[in-house]
Design a protein around this ligand. Structure first.
Ligand code: UDX
Length: 453
């Protein structure tokens, strides 16, 4: 059992802290927000994440996890301090490291024992060398401090499971002492551990995330071509997936990747490359394709309709993916302003993200279009002229094709997540436009052989 402190209680910090406690370590999570700390002590998670609250409550009750704003007491005698604070994107694409720097300084002023500082936040390659130097520059007591890199690969919505059952744990260290300490901390997880040098660990995080982003952009690019040449992206993806070298995951074409990681990490690596005089053409392509893909539904619908002015527009799904209330880089944030600009009367449904969306676009008349938040799919679809599907929530996937026909004024659906089978939409009499597949028009599924190649 080790004494662990965790700086920051966002997705990365809180989930790591709770999972370390679950594995038997004694954990103190530090956050600057007093209200948040009180909330967490009462067993309430500040983030929307399956399984998290149960584990928070269990480990708080058995004394293995605590929460505090008093960083000094948490850091002074910790064996290891994990940093999980945010590294937001600056306007030039670089990572803002000011939160890390603040924590590093607090650590330097607090530690009274030898201690390993482990950076979980995604940071540009080489940052941890600087963090180590920074802590040493400000160190008050004569103790040994080393910095290790331990990037995080959890996905929102499955964060606890991704941590407890990770496919691999990456640790980047510069000494045997640091490596052994981290190996021991992770021993109870009983998971594969890849131990490398610090800079390689930092790079593994970017290289992995950007590869996945590239995979999605590649499929979106291919999907757009499929539409032009009359092939079906879902059949193409299925065919590709049998090749183990390609794999079956992350082959879903759609309206681009959103969230807090892929958009930020692609831009950050592009920036790092440029800074080093190198052009990372593949990652740049992933960014460019994604930018175009985000508004693909709006562009398709604009070709089909003369205007959105005065039309009742049903929007199903606002978050960047299901299972989260997070809107960061969500396609809804790119499409909805364009629809409002044109005077659309939007009725939006999302099982978890509506409250956050209403903070950006408050309910009511925006001066051009209107937006209303509804608590179920039926109210969104009722009498609508057109429907956009932005997120594949279970509640949205459960809507049977006949519902669009029955409830909408005109059953016209633009689906950014390829939820439906073309045949079932044709049979239900729904005009249906999706990604990388043939459109289902009023006359039925458009025949590929009619396309002139
Ligand atoms: C991602 C990584 O999966 C995780 O390993 C990393 O640590 C953080 O970034 P997350 O952003 O939570 O996690 O979600 P993820 O499920 O990976 O989806 C990201 C985006 O890609 C979503 O907008 C999703 O809709 C999109 N996506 C994903 C696709 O468009 N197609 C796919 O096949 C998969």
């Amino acid at each position: 059992m080790y004494k662990i402190a965790v700086a920051g209680t966002g997705y990365v910090g809180l989930v790591a802290g709770v999972c370390f406690a679950e594995m038997g370590h004694k954990v103190t999570c530090v956050d600057i927000n007093e209200k948040k700390v009180e909330l967490m002590k009462s067993g309430v998670s500040p983030i929307y994440e399956a399984d998290l609250e149960g584990l928070m409550q269990k480990n708080y009750a058995n004394g293995r996890i605590n929460y505090t704003t008093d960083y000094n007491s948490a850091y002074k005698d910790a064996d290891a301090i994990f940093i999980g604070v945010g590294t937001p994107e600056r306007s030039d694409g670089s990572a803002d490291l000011s939160y890390i720097a603040t924590v590093a300084r607090q650590i330097a002023e607090s530690v009274e024992n030898d201690c390993l500082v482990v950076v979980k936040s995604t940071v540009p390659v080489g940052t941890n060398d600087k963090v180590e130097q920074f802590i040493q520059d400000f160190l008050v007591n004569d103790v040994k401090i080393e910095v290790a890199s331990n990037p995080e690969f959890l996905a929102q919505g499955s964060a606890v499971n991704d941590t407890l059952n990770a496919e691999r744990i990456i640790i980047g260290t510069e000494s045997k002492w640091a490596e052994e300490l981290l190996l021991n901390i992770y021993e109870p997880f009983n998971l594969p551990i890849v131990s490398v040098k610090r800079r390689s660990a930092e790079m593994i995080k970017y290289a992995s995330n950007d590869f996945l982003a590239l995979k999605i952009s590649y499929m979106n690019d291919i999907a757009n071509l499929c539409e032009l040449i009359g092939a079906d992206i879902q059949d193409v993806a299925r065919g590709m997936s049998f090749d183990n070298r390609i794999g079956s995951k992350f082959l879903n074409a759609g309206i681009g990747f959103g969230g807090s990681c892929f958009p930020k990490d692609t831009k950050a690596l592009d920036y790092i490359a440029k800074l080093n005089g190198y052009e990372l053409k593949t990652v740049k392509a992933a960014i460019d394709v994604n930018k175009e893909q985000k508004t693909i539904l709006y562009k398709k619908a604009s070709k089909r309709l003369i205007t959105f002015n005065g039309l009742k527009v049903a929007v199903l799904g606002l978050t960047f993916k299901p299972g989260t209330d997070d809107l960061r880089e969500s396609a809804s944030l790119d499409n909805i302003p364009l629809l409002l600009e044109q005077g659309a009367d939007i009725y939006a449904y999302d099982p978890a993200g509506a409250e956050n969306f209403a903070r950006v676009y408050p309910e009511g008349d925006t001066g051009k279009g209107k937006i209303t938040y509804v608590s179920n799919v039926e109210n969104a679809l009722d009498n609508a002229n057109v429907c956009f599907i932005f997120t594949e929530w279970g509640q949205i996937k459960a809507v049977i094709p006949e519902m669009y026909k029955k409830l909408m004024r005109t059953p016209l659906v633009f689906d950014g997540r390829n939820i439906y089978n073309l045949k079932e939409m044709e049979e239900a009499g729904v005009e249906y436009h999706s990604i990388g597949r043939r459109p289902v028009s009023k006359a039925g599924i458009k025949e590929s052989k009619d396309l002139e190649l």
